[in-house]
Ligand binder design. Structure first.
Ligand code: BTN
Length: 323
């Protein structure tokens, strides 16, 4: 653990109390100058630390701040981690990095131009969510990218269960729900190599609402969060766990076990749904039957010229139809 992290731990445990520089130096076995430097680094990362000559230092304000150290020290794989307070879109920042064997991971506290699937905006307010992108060179056939999105959804569920102690469900293909509200969306994009014309890296973008925020009125019935209680878990811990789980699930991606678990968590199987094959097209009533071995959703149409016919869909969007 870095000095910064150790210091932060002490400050968080003693929030709102002053601790003298001398006391901190003795506890951590460092000089007072080293403590002062680490305090400055924490301030530069966004932590508000008051200091008074006779009393020492006190952490005030927001403590759940994602920093390079707070995430990096929990990662179990080597990666190029970049942590920002605010970016346009973490997927766009990840794309600016040349593809490499070591995955690049971009994490942000806020996005000003967060993107969702089908060209939609993704609501990305500050201090309440995690916006991150994992860019990597796939070792598998690129047409498995549907599997990658599904594997990511499963990895997010594992991490959320472990860290937030909340048990989410998946809406095929990449939405994660808690208490009937969407708490996480995933956007997988390919990066084309200009010379070969082939996709040589995948960028998996994950946006997860951890805590309440001021949600715009038109999204209030749709958007949810993991917990009302800001102190229930730290976003850094969840971000790191999602990254660790992502690479674990990816290793196992082509196994039957992965799909079985995905199916168990997918709450639309057996339900009536609306299928939207085209971007702005009309929805068609259908029933979700199963998920096939390639990750496609097997449906039975319930209306229109295709009524009673079954089909496996691999793109498009589905919504749950209130019965
Ligand atoms: C969706 O639900 O339609 C997908 C949303 C994906 C949002 C994430 S947030 C991090 C990454 N950066 C983006 O601009 N989008 C993805």
């Amino acid at each position: 653990m870095s000095t910064k992290s150790k210091l932060l731990e002490i400050f968080t445990e003693n929030k709102d109390d002053y601790i003298s520089g001398q006391n901190l130096a003795a506890t951590l076995g460092l000089s007072r100058n080293a403590i002062w430097k680490a305090v400055e680094q924490l301030r530069n990362s966004g932590f508000e630390i008051e200091s008074k000559p006779s009393l020492g230092y006190k952490l005030v304000g927001e403590t759940d701040i994602m920093t390079f150290d707070s995430i990096n020290e929990l990662l179990s794989i080597p990666c190029k981690l970049k942590v920002f307070d605010s970016v346009s879109s973490t997927n766009d920042i990840a794309k600016e990095n040349p593809p490499s064997i070591t995955p690049t991971i971009v994490v942000a506290n806020k996005q000003t131009k967060g993107r969702g699937r089908r060209g939609r905006d993704f609501f990305s307010p500050e201090n309440s969510g995690i916006y991150m992108s994992i860019a990597f060179e796939p070792s598998f056939d690129i047409n498995k990218s549907l599997f990658v999105t599904m594997a990511t959804a499963l990895a997010v569920c594992h991490a959320v269960e472990k860290v937030a102690k909340v048990y989410p469900r998946i809406k095929w293909v990449n939405d994660i729900f808690v208490n009937d509200k969407k708490v996480c969306g995933i956007l997988t994009e390919g990066q084309t190599n200009f010379e070969s014309g082939k996709i040589d890296s995948l960028i998996v973008g994950i946006g997860i609402n951890c805590f309440p925020s001021k949600v715009p009125e038109d999204l209030q019935d749709i958007v949810g969060w993991l917990s009302d209680d800001h102190s229930k878990f730290s976003r850094s811990e969840l971000a790191a766990e999602i990254i660790n789980e992502f690479f674990l699930v990816l290793e196992d991606m082509e196994s039957k076990e992965f799909l079985r678990e995905y199916k168990n968590k997918c709450f639309i199987i057996g339900k009536q749904i609306m299928v939207y094959p085209k971007m702005d097209g009309k929805g068609i009533k259908a029933r979700a039957i199963n998920i096939d071995e390639n990750g496609g959703l097997k449906i039975e149409y319930l209306e229109g010229i295709n009524a009673r016919r079954t089909e496996v869909i691999t793109t498009g969007e589905v919504t749950i139809r209130p019965v």
